[in-house]
Every structure is written in C-alpha cells, then in structure tokens.
Design a binder for this molecule. Structure first.
Ligand SMILES: Cc1ncc(COP(=O)(O)O)c(C=O)c1O
Length: 366
C-alpha cells in the first residue's frame, strides 16, 4: 500500500503552505538581541487594547463551549454593516471561512477561477473538494478581470478575487470590480477576499457590502480580525453574503470553530475605535517612510493598499530573506508567489522599520 492510496486523491496536487518563519523557530536557530517578525502581516502594535484588557477576565469561561454560531457576534457585525445576522458566518480565522465556504459550495469537478498570483488557500480548498482550479492570467502584476471572465464555462462554480491582492498589495479599480461582479452570471459565486480592506484608501474600497444589502445573492465577502485588530493568534474571521449562501455554509461549519476567547475578544475589538484608527494612521505614515527610503535606495516596489509591501531586491529574494533572518528580521521571500527577486515585508512600527532598513541596506550595500 502506497501512502497515496490512503489519501483523498484531491489533496495530492496540493503544495504545502509555506508560512512566514515564526519568532520561536528563529529563536531556536540563531541568537540575536532582538527578533522582529515582519513576514505575516500581523499588527505590530499587538492586539486591540480593549481586547487585551478583556482577555484577563476570560479565564472564568475557559471550561465552557462558545455559543453555537456566535449569535452575539453575528448580530454585532450585522448592525455595523447594515445587514441582518443571517448575512453573517464566523470562522476559525479567515482561513476557516475559506474552508467552510469551499466545503459548502465546491463539488467534485467544479471549476474555480483563481488568479495566477494570489493567496494560496483558494487552490488548497478547491483541491480538497476535488474541484478543478483554473488559473487566470495577470495583467502585469494585477488581477485581470477580463481574463477571468473569458475563462467562465458551464463548470465554473466559484471565482476567487483577493482585493487588495496578496502579495502585491494592489487593489483593483472600484468601477471595474463592481461592473465585473454585476456581470458574472448569478449561478457563479464570487468570493471576494477583503482581508486587508480596512487599510485600503477610500477610493479603492468597492461597495461590496452595499451590493449584498441591495440583494445580490452570489457575492461572498471575507474579512478577518488577524490584521487590523491584531488578533491573528486568536483566529477569528467572518463571511458576509446573502442569507441563502450563508445558510449553506452554516450547515458544514464545525459547531464550535470559533472559541469562546475569539468570540469575546472580537466583540470587544469591534468597539476599539481608537486602536483601529491608530493602526490605520500609523500604517499609512510608515508606508510613506518605506516609499521614500526605497526611492532613495533606487529599488522597485509595489504601491500597496495594505499593511505590507512587496519589494524587488534585484537579487535572490530567498537569500536576502535568509540574511535578514540572521540579523533577527523575519520577512517573507516571495518566490512561492512567482516573484523570485522579491521579499514581502509587513509594515512595522518606526523602530523596527528603521532596523529593517539598517540591515537591508547593509546586505544590499546600498
Ligand atoms: C489574502 C488573505 N486572506 C486570508 C487570510 C487569512 O487570514 P486569517 O486566517 O488569519 O484570518 C490571509 C492571511 O494572511 C490573507 O493574506
């Protein structure tokens, strides 16, 4: 018996997810005075201040299950978004929502359209479900909506669009994206991953929630608490869609996939307006610092609508990332995204950004 014979044959085509290195992993490998993780687009300010305060009180609830489907959260998201609780599903991080929705929607043989350069989990869940990922061309480094449209067939079940896209941080022009969403046949689900939308300038933010409010059935939006609210370690994501699609996802969702900690901290973080706006303000400020410094260094980079920047090092991105790691700065080499000379760097706070540039300049001799 070969190991492959035990497998769901769909998963054999999956490449293992390569995450950014963890701080602990680097601590085990090298000894440096400080380690800064700038590889996974977490919030360098830590978690929402209000969520952190509440966290200490949660120890008295650790022995009980969370409420099934997290109705308080569904209600709160709904009222914030001008929708009904039936428009909301929660999950174990955004990844959990990608899995739950994929399980609900993709059947064996269904095609899903996925841009060639994007977040890898859409392909993973397609393969798990024995669907067929169909990759669409990029327009330069951006998502090519025309190519996606031209690849629609009778078998197309879902279209995955990450906006702003990972790893470039580029956002699609709002009018083009909205026109596209409206013209896709209603039988096809458009999965719009908005993991970074809170960082995006107003002019690049599509009226995606409004479209659902107006009754669009086949649009499914993903949001997460991992980035703007600083709760990546807690695992909390949510989906926004029509009651019809949400009801299908609720059928397959593991009953308690959002822990009592995640549920309560997310509820609290949602009210943390100060943390939210400081994060946005500081990220925008630091992004300018990156742009200016990279311009001075004469390096190419991608203008980002998120909390990370893809930088073309002009060398082997993996080697540069390894050298930075040895100095205690963990960044993400972008070879797995097809940008072999690039690194993706999470925008940190000023001190760690300065430290990043100190070592980056040393390594590049610039
Ligand atoms: C584009 C995109 N979508 C979804 C996620 C999933 O995030 P999480 O599972 O932490 O909510 C990430 C995480 O980095 C991401 O970059």
């Amino acid at each position: 018996m070969k190991i492959e014979d035990y497998a769901n044959s769909g998963i054999l085509g999956i490449r293992e997810y390569v995450p950014g290195k963890s701080k602990k992993q680097v601590e085990r490998e090298i000894s440096v005075p400080e380690i800064h993780k700038m590889a996974s687009n977490e919030n360098p300010r830590g978690a929402s201040t209000r969520a952190r305060k509440l966290y200490r009180e949660l120890e008295k609830s650790l022995h009980i299950y969370p409420e099934i489907y997290n109705p308080d959260l569904m209600g709160k998201f709904a009222s914030k978004l001008g929708l009904a609780p039936e428009n909301i599903t929660t999950g174990n991080g955004g990844d959990g929502v990608i899995y739950n929705s994929g399980m609900a929607f993709i059947e064996q043989g269904d095609e899903t359209l996925i841009p060639e350069i994007t977040f890898s989990v859409y392909e993973t869940i397609t393969r798990i479900m024995r669907g067929v990922p169909v990759f669409t061309k990029m327009k330069g480094t951006g998502i090519d909506l025309d190519d996606i449209y031209s690849k629609i067939t009778d078998k197309t079940k879902m279209i995955y669009i990450c906006n702003p896209n990972n790893p470039t941080g580029e956002a699609l022009p709002v009018d083009q994206l909205e026109d596209f969403i409206r013209k896709v046949p209603e039988r096809i689900i458009i999965f719009l991953d908005e993991a970074y939308i809170e960082f995006t300038e107003e002019k690049y933010r599509p009226s995606s929630v409004k479209m659902i409010r107006e009754g669009m059935k086949n649009l499914f939006i993903l949001r997460t608490f991992s980035k703007i609210y600083g709760l990546a370690g807690v695992r909390m994501g949510y989906g926004i869609s029509s009651p019809e699609l949400i009801s299908l996802v609720q059928r397959v969702k593991p009953p308690f996939d959002v822990s009592i900690i995640a549920e309560n901290l997310a509820l609290e973080a949602l009210d943390d307006d100060e943390f939210f706006s400081t994060t946005i303000m500081e990220t925008a400020e630091e992004k300018k610092y990156y742009y200016t410094t990279l311009d001075n260094m004469g390096l190419k980079y991608y203008k980002s609508q998120t909390n990370y920047i893809l930088i073309d090092t002009g060398k082997d991105g993996r080697e540069i990332a390894d050298k930075l790691t040895k100095k205690g700065i963990i960044v993400r080499p972008a070879g797995s995204y097809n940008f072999p000379s690039c690194i993706r760097v999470t925008i940190g706070r000023r001190r760690e950004n300065e430290l990043f540039f100190k070592f980056f300049r040393e390594i590049l001799g610039k």
